[in-house]
Design a protein around this ligand. Sequence first.
Ligand SMILES: [Cu+2]
Length: 157
Amino acid sequence: MRLRLGPPALVIAGALALAGCGGSDSGGDSDSGKPELSVGSAYMPQPVSDDMAAGFLTVTNKGGAADDLTSVTSDVAGQVTVHETVDGAMQEVKSLKIPAGGRLELRSGGDHLMFEQLKRKPKEGQTVSVELRFAHSAPLKVEMPVKPATYTPKTGH
Ligand SMILES: [Cu+2]
């Protein structure tokens, strides 16, 4: 006799009004030769600075072709740049690759978004609207929740 369990529960953080990490039905063939992007795990630690903030997210590509994150805009910042971290020092990059069938992870200590010329200082509990633009795919809008300054995401997988 077997105990029948329901489908595994998806643990999704409360305020995360995002596409989330990989939904259950990922049907459709991936040999379309096109990138197929979705964004998850987005957050901004509440900035300590008055004019700068960092942001993190993951772009997943289920498609059969690579794409590049080329630019980012936000309602709270005059300018958003993409930074990579090399040997502990960050530097601006023109674009970041999202490999076919892979993902681009922006995370604390690594690649990240840099919000400059803040128009208002984001506070914990608020959300920040961000638009990501790509070399090939249509732009994606993300509502990025603002987390405590010391927040680090749990790896849910
Ligand atoms: Cu930076």
